[in-house]
Design a protein around this ligand. Sequence first.
Ligand SMILES: *Cc1c(COP(=O)(O)O)cnc(C)c1O
Length: 362
Amino acid sequence: MTTPTIELKPSASPLAAAEREAILANPGFGRHFTDHMVTIKWTEGRGWHDGELVPYAPLSLDPATMVLHYAQEIFEGLKAYRQPDGTVASFRPEKNATRFQASARRLGMPELPVETFIEACDALVRQDEAWVPAHGGEESLYLRPFMFATEVGLGVKPASEYLFLVIASPAGAYFPGGVKPVSIWVSEDHVRAVPGGMGDAKTGGNYAASLLAQAEAAAKGCAQVCYLDAVERKWVEELGGMNLYFVYGDKIITPSLTGSILEGVTRDSLLAVARDLGYEAEEGRVSVDQWQRDSENGTLTEVFACGTAAVITPVGTVKRTGAEWQQGDGEPGEVTLKLRQALLDIQRGTAQDTHGWMHKLG
Ligand SMILES: *Cc1c(COP(=O)(O)O)cnc(C)c1O
């Protein structure tokens, strides 16, 4: 299949510099969007076509558009960082591109070539480069590639037409006042994903499945939900949108990829960064009972969550039915903070990129 080119049709009236700078001074997360977006269509029998970079604008959809009924949708999330020399580089976009292909396969959707995915992200960042926050802090430009079924009709089948888009949103420091531990509710009633399901695909449906438990967690005073495996309701899987790591002194463990866990790029990167820093890093199984016991006996020294948005978030209070405990002393742990800094330094270009993870804009 041919690789589509992306035709540039930039806006004649991008946001004025002063207004953009006002947004960049306090961008938050996912609240403001840049001047442009990339769109590429796919049609059965024709493949990918009509790649364009156009002004950011609402979409017009027929009420019978398939995605609105059967949720055939996938997405990605990655960040571009301003480097010390003023250039811009994104973090491991090829990992997101290949995961996007895997998600597409799981949802019966066409696979976008890796180089097209990266080119679409690059084209948008190049056009809207002024939206990439200055070097210095933890700010970045968050990229959200996504694809959904655009065929019109209520028959249930893989659609014959899709739209791929990339939009971009400036992202502030996740913890503007300093890194703060998050509280976790371990859900023993609801599961996020099941064996043979689509837990390892990045699709909106998994998020829809998590919202009720998320509301339940909020009612218990917790910020995030931790999901257990669907069969035994025993093994720790992940949070609604972040992977988990358990720190035992100099050893860190993350749950193995079972098919119902999303393979995070941050999770994967931390296995390598931890080894670089001299820690033992492995994948394994941790039960919720072990989590509670080892926290209470002090062998489990820290727990943290990780994902593109927050990089690393320390876990503080943990609650489950009938029990509650505090992870460590309630402050972010030493290993957590070291790993967080090491990964951020690579992303911001202040540490050497020994793994070749940074993708410089050409
Ligand atoms: C995106 C996501 C993650 C984190 O993945 P990163 O590539 O590190 O951002 C973890 N869990 C779920 C369910 C996700 O959707």
